[in-house]
Design a protein around this ligand. Structure first.
Ligand code: ADP
Ligand code: MG
Length: 391
């Protein structure tokens, strides 16, 4: 990521110290005695059922709400000593309803804070372009558009870009992907994790979805009704050692399955498949098939992107044809979590998925058997031979 002109802190630690919030006229606290610390550069997920105080806890960080008692420290400094407006300019904020201004172009939406703090036009233009690329949108296509002209997933990316515009050391995200369809949501989650590996902000992320919490969090604060902290732990610890019955119930019965969300496709031994481009020698292709884990040839384009499968026995003639017998679907990414990748393989007709890198190039093949090998369990796919057919 390009350097901005001011030297800003990369990220900041955050500490909740016995924070309590009582809304006027409510006998129960919305947030009760909340204490935890998040190191700089980590994603902390606040998760819990609706009404347990997640949003209230988050909005006390940027002082949209002030605590009844207790304190919140950013990099050791109390937020209560800061001017709210100034504080908010240093904290990115992305919410589910996105909050884009409908009558402003995408460009103006993203540059809201930079304009507020007086950046000059060339700097703003460069930043907008950089941010759009960062959230995987083509600047030339979307810059001059209005929010209503974009899809829900694209608008959500704009919301994240806007939250990052002034390069804040801290990012607050309140159910940012909550209103998005599951497939786009998974893509946005993966994108955000990839982005975070680059930008290393401190992030407080609110969700009611435990699967999302496990996937996104470096640390997770599980909250329960009345704004109590039920457990503060890493995803691994939460799944292995739920602190009490509430957490156990909330995490769910399928804890072993959820641990799949802690591993990525890149972490396991993938299978190999013979690859060939259209027009290459069939003799060579057959030789590669003999050396690979699968009896199938994976046709790739000139850049190594997967096009489709052909069974070795169906290869005829001298050269590899440009039409594969079956399409290369699904395709999964190296960065996908195993749980999501497994779901894609299970719901598709093909039992093998080409695995691609960020540029879409084939890096291996994912199979149910490869996943079960990684987990140290027996795959119960009903096939006894080691290399069953894709369909
Ligand atoms: N402005 C408010 N006035 C009074 N009560 C509120 C207000 N905002 C939230 N609450 C109450 O505080 C509790 C926590 O709400 P909230 O922080 O929005 O929870 P969550 O984000 O986990 O769904 C709920 O019982 C809610 O009804
Ligand atoms: Mg909420």
């Amino acid at each position: 990521m390009a350097q901005t002109q001011d030297a800003k802190p990369e990220a900041v630690s955050i500490e909740f110290r016995e924070v309590q919030k009582r809304y006027p006229g409510q006998d129960k606290a919305a947030v009760d005695n909340l204490s935890f610390e998040v190191p700089a550069g980590e994603i902390c997920v606040l998760v819990g059922p609706s009404g347990c105080g997640k949003t209230t806890a988050m909005r006390m960080i940027n002082r949209l709400i002030d605590p009844t008692s207790g304190d919140i420290l950013l990099g050791g400094q109390s937020v209560l000593e800061r001017k709210p407006a100034e504080l908010r300019r240093e904290i990115g904020y992305a919410i589910q309803q996105i909050g884009l201004f409908p009558h402003q172009t995408i460009e103006r939406n993203i540059s809201t804070v930079p304009r507020l703090v007086g950046w000059d036009k060339p700097r703003i233009d460069a930043r907008v372009e950089e941010l759009l690329e960062l959230v995987s949108l083509d600047p030339d296509l979307v810059r001059k558009r209005y929010p209503a002209q974009l899809s829900g997933g694209q608008r959500q990316r704009i919301g994240v870009a806007r939250a990052l515009a002034a390069d804040p050391p801290l990012l607050l995200m309140d159910e940012p992907f909550g209103a998005i369809d599951p497939i786009t949501r998974e893509r946005l989650q993966n994108e955000f994790l990839r982005l975070q590996a680059e930008i290393r902000k401190t992030v407080v992320f609110v969700t009611h979805d435990i699967d999302e919490a496990i996937k996104m969090g470096d640390v997770i604060a599980v909250m329960q009704q009345g704004g109590h902290l039920a457990q503060f732990a890493s995803p691994e610890d939460l799944l292995l050692h739920p602190a009490n019955e509430f957490v156990e119930q909330f995490v769910g019965a399928d804890r072993a399955l959820k641990r799949l969300a802690l591993q990525r496709v890149r972490d396991i031994d993938l299978w190999t498949a013979a690859q060939a481009k259209a027009g290459e020698s069939v003799v060579d292709a057959r030789r590669r098939i003999a050396d690979a884990d699968l009896d199938y040839l994976l046709l790739v384009d000139d850049d190594g992107r997967p096009l489709g499968w052909t069974w070795g026995g169906d290869l005829e003639g001298d050269t590899v044809p440009d039409k594969p017998k079956t399409p290369a679907e699904p395709i999964v990414e190296l960065d996908s979590v195993l749980r999501d990748a497994l779901a894609e393989v299970l719901t598709s007709e093909s039992r093998y998925a080409p695995v691609v890198d960020g540029q879409g190039r084939v890096k291996g093949v994912l199979s149910i058997e490869a996943i079960s090998q990684a987990l140290g369990t027996e795959a119960t796919t009903g096939h006894v031979e080691h290399h069953p057919t894709p369909q």
